[in-house]
Design a protein around this ligand. Structure first.
Ligand code: PFF
Length: 517
């Protein structure tokens, strides 16, 4: 009998699932407005450079860390170095926190999808503070994601991604073509989106030199590619020998970037044609949930169909992303506690749901209506968690992956073994990572260039933010607290104990089946 394995059934299944994790609200919403706010095509160029030099390199490292261990994130980092397993715990707390706010936004997308035929124009102010409804849609979104995670990797995540990702892409292409032919105003929209403005990219609103554009590009690349949060380590752990890491990463990065670029190519021409007075308004929650509904309303009867397709596409993107976040945490619980997948996923979701309730309330009252209310140190809760995870912790998670592969990985006998990229290539090849002619470039990047860039940008981002708003220290403090908790918990409870691996889930299932017979 062929040996059973719990993981992706095929290479394409893995690529679609990883692309599903990557393509999400970050692409369909974050990228377009960040591009238009940060110098258009100038931002796109720098973004692509970030994807190439930072994103792809980090993604190779993360997928490989998971793949070679075939285990949860804690065990995967532990396998690199026993004293570094806590990084695996840290990169697991981040997706958990993201789940709590991503699901609230996911709930919004479901509401807007289902309400498309009744019209979404102007509902943001009333829907967002209708707490019962917000909670209901958040719960609905979480249940959909839960059902997929409960069904496992092959039967749930892979199956769902194989169906949903092509659907998403077809809808996107259709909407882009539709929007590009809306006539007058399309050009103005395109200019707003893409007009290259390097001055705007490197300066703030007051005309001072600023790295904010660069920071936004890097942050966006990490978030969009699902890096620094264990998701790629986790999905990578479910891959087998048939998957080529380098090629898969290239495909995921290209797909993710194309979708992000196309999303803007739909939105801005449509706004330019139908709501040109909105072209210069802010791109936050308003872009997706207030301005676009206005645009759809002005499209006439067909606008309802476009609205439905558009929000369904966003909801699909959000679901295939959130399942990767939940899987990271579920995987560890299944493997460490030997509880069933269904129970583990349910526990993770239930706790995330409890936290998402105040986040949902805070988003409506504080962020959207700008009333005093549920906030954390002057930030609405979504912004607080979003900043802590995206601006502070995610780059550190990505740094951890680079550091693990670049410096901790493998046995080093001589000084050259420590410092030479060539020696690193040899160690990686011997271990099973073959990158062909890119291997030297990869080794130099992962050892010397990428981690330095990441640290520089993370630290300068923190400095910029605390100078602008001293309360930002609370966000930094909260992030540090999570790091300390991960480290203390790891060294006290996990370092010496068995933290499990993917095969454990199969073994547990077999025992269960045998006892049922
Ligand atoms: N990459 C997703 C997006 O662009 O919306 C968000 C995300 C999913 C981030 C999964 C992190 C992650 F682990």
């Amino acid at each position: 009998m062929e040996k059973k394995k719990n993981g992706f059934a095929s290479g394409i299944g893995f690529i679609l699932a990883a692309a599903g994790s990557a393509v999400g609200l970050g692409n369909l919403w974050g990228f377009p407005f960040k591009t238009s706010a940060n110098g258009g095509a100038a931002f796109v160029f720098v973004y692509i450079a970030c994807v190439l030099f930072i994103g792809a390199v980090t993604m190779i490292a993360e997928i490989y860390i998971g793949k070679r261990a075939a285990a949860n994130t804690v065990s995967s980092y532990k396998k690199i170095n026993k004293n570094f397993g806590w990084a695996g715990l840290l990169v697991l707390l981040i997706p958990f926190l993201i789940t709590c706010y991503y699901s609230v936004l996911g709930g919004y997308t479901l509401k807007y999808t289902l309400n498309s035929f009744a019209g979404n124009e102007g509902i943001l102010g009333t829907f967002s503070v209708n707490i019962g409804e917000v909670i209901l849609y958040t719960a609905l979104f979480m249940v959909l994601a839960l059902v997929i995670v409960m069904a496992g990797i092959k039967g749930g995540i892979e199956k769902a991604s194989k169906v949903l990702m092509p659907v998403l892409f077809l809808i996107l292409v259709f909407i882009v073509i539709f929007c590009l032919f809306l006539g007058e105003g399309v050009q103005a929209g395109l200019n707003k989106y893409l007009n290259p403005d390097f001055y705007a990219f490197f300066h703030d609103a007051e005309g001072n030199l600023s790295f904010n554009g660069l920071l936004a590009a890097m942050g966006q690349a990490f978030f969009s590619l699902s890096l620094g949060m264990g998701a790629m380590v986790c999905y990578g752990s479910y891959t087998g020998k048939e998957i080529k890491v380098g090629k898969s990463v290239a495909m995921i990065c290209i797909f993710d970037t194309c979708v992000a670029f196309l999303a803007g190519l739909a939105m801005f021409p449509a706004i330019g044609a139908l709501a040109p007075e909105q072209l210069n308004t802010s791109g936050g929650v308003g872009l997706m949930f207030a301005i676009l509904p206005l645009v759809f309303a002005r499209m006439g009867a067909f606008g309802q169909v476009i609205s439905f397709l558009f929000f369904a596409m966003v909801a699909i993107a959000a679901i295939t992303s959130v399942i990767s976040l939940v899987e990271v945490v579920t995987q560890l619980i299944v493997q460490k506690t030997k509880m069933s997948r269904k129970k583990s996923a349910l526990v993770v979701m239930a706790i995330a749901f409890a936290i998402s309730v105040p986040v949902g309330i805070s988003l409506g009252r504080v962020a959207i209506l700008e009333e005093a209310g549920l906030n954390l140190f002057g930030f609405d809760m979504l912004t607080f968690f979003d900043e802590a995870t995206n601006a502070v912790l995610m780059p550190l998670g990505a740094f951890a992956a680079c550091f693990a592969i670049g410096w901790l990985f493998g046995e080093k006998k001589t000084l050259a073994d420590w410092f030479s990229p060539k020696a690193l290539v040899a160690r990686l090849e011997e271990d099973g990572l073959h990158l062909g002619k890119f291997s030297m470039v990869f080794a130099v990047m992962i050892k010397y260039v990428t981690p330095v860039l990441i640290l520089f940008l993370d630290v300068s981002g923190i400095i910029t933010n605390v100078t602008k708003n001293p309360n930002y220290w609370f966000i930094v403090g909260f992030s540090l607290l999570l790091i300390i908790i991960s480290a203390v918990f790891y060294f006290l409870f996990l370092k010496k104990s068995n933290t499990g691996c993917n095969a454990d889930e199969l073994a547990a299932e077999e025992v269960e089946e045998a006892s049922a017979e």
